[in-house]
Design a protein around this ligand. Structure first.
Ligand code: DGL
Length: 280
């Protein structure tokens, strides 16, 4: 006869660690916290290591592994969401081999983008690291079908997004120059779908839409990642009061007011969710 898990374990809210190089992963974090208000969420930004985009692959594997070792030892999460394409497309196999807990990654949403494209011209807007990965090439090989996929490794878009979110003035021309190569016209067809393959970009989507040469469908994977995590941790449990959202960073403490603006701080019942900010 199989035995049931102990009651305390069954009732305990799962602790989910959500990780990115900076603020970008908050685009995934806000969706996760909305879908699973019963879980205990911790957001960790490796801001001392930001940006990941230009880093050499061996250096990035070493950096993410070292930060993850420290976070997992301290926080003992039940699952980890790597809310960063630049890290996920490289480091996921290393992390899965190193720890027994499940890891959910964030990788370019090439399959849904290509399935939904009418002109069969799709662009992947990412960091320079993500566009170079074998993993990204494999996604195109396996899922692009008859779509033509243009890879755009935007060198400044993640740092510009961080600056804009922190309230610094970023000119429309700067955003326009970063996204321009994603807008391709070939004969009568032009790009109709752009994959947001860096978690920073959905957070400045209003700016990107404003400077886009023509309207496109922007594909953000956050909702799919939230569904994946949710199926992994099982059905929603009753939560007596909203769990605090804990925010970790490796450099400067995260700006709680900014996180609150991005993520929202109301539980489903309208209560304020406490924010707890920690610098490592
Ligand atoms: N937010 C990260 C991503 O999804 C990368 C930003 C960076 O550190 O360059 O790729």
């Amino acid at each position: 006869m199989s035995s049931l898990p102990p009651l305390s374990a069954a009732l305990r809210a799962p602790t989910i660690l959500v990780f990115d190089s900076g603020l970008g992963g908050l685009s995934v974090f806000r969706e996760l916290t909305r879908v699973r208000p019963d879980a205990h969420f911790i957001y960790a930004a490796d801001d001392a290591g930001f940006p990941y985009g230009p880093r050499d692959e061996q250096d990035l594997i070493g950096r993410v592994t070292a930060v993850m070792d420290a976070l997992i030892a301290r926080l003992a999460p039940d699952a980890v969401v790597i809310a960063c394409n630049t890290a996920s497309t490289l480091v996921l196999p290393v992390l899965r081999a190193r720890y027994a807990i499940p890891f959910v990654g964030t990788v370019p949403a090439i399959k849904p983008a290509c399935e939904g494209s009418l002109t069969k011209q799709v662009s992947v807007l990412a960091t320079p690291g993500t566009v170079k990965r074998d993993y990204t090439q494999a996604l195109i090989r396996d899922f692009a079908g008859n779509c033509h996929v243009t890879l755009v490794g935007a060198t400044r878009l993640a740092p510009l997004s961080e600056a804009a979110m922190a309230g610094a003035p970023v000119a429309d021309e700067d955003f326009a120059a970063e996204i321009a190569p994603a807008f391709v016209r070939e004969g009568r067809d032009r790009t109709d779908t752009v994959v947001l393959a860096c978690t920073h970009y959905p957070l400045v989507l209003d700016r990107l839409e404003k400077v886009a040469p023509w309207p496109v469908r922007w594909v953000d994977p956050a909702a799919a990642i939230a569904r994946r995590l949710s199926s992994l941790i099982g059905p929603v449990a009753f939560a007596a009061s909203p769990m605090p959202l804990r925010l970790f960073s490796t450099g400067r403490p995260l700006d709680a007011a900014l996180v609150e603006r991005i993520v929202g701080r109301r539980s489903r019942r309208g209560e304020l969710v406490p924010l707890d900010v920690v610098a490592m």
